[in-house]
Design a protein around this ligand. Sequence first.
Ligand code: CMP
Length: 143
Amino acid sequence: MQKTFLMVKPDGVQRNLIGEIVSRFEKKGFQLVGAKLMSIPKELAEEHYGEHKERPFFGELVDFITSGPVFAMVWEGENVIAIARQMMGSTNPKDAAPGTVRGDFGVIVGKNIIHGSDSPESAEREIGLFFKQEELVEYNKLM
Ligand code: CMP
């Protein structure tokens, strides 16, 4: 069973979209196995977005993601990494289809509401950056 890291960014939290976003992934059939409302320390933001270090918008990205609380989550399910990316929509909300989180709620690329891991490798890395093993739950599979 796959796990992925999803995060409602400061814009989504401030616009009271946590419930709406969690609800979409619950209704789709995924299980929430970890969640926390938190402020991201600058060092964690720089590590999380390390692959974008050379991009001109890196400073802006780090400033934004540390500008207010985020809602960090780990979700579990079959193909959850790819399906969650589809449900989030394209990175730039102007290209994101209606029905996706960014298509329905976002306007500009720097404030695109949600982050989600793009591969099994980044899911493992990002889950490890934000959560300790003991912060993740296991469900009784007979339920
Ligand atoms: P995310 O999926 O969190 O991963 C990297 C983020 O960089 C991306 O979402 C966007 O929010 C942000 N980003 C991408 N391009 C730009 C840009 N041109 N200006 C500002 N932020 C950007």
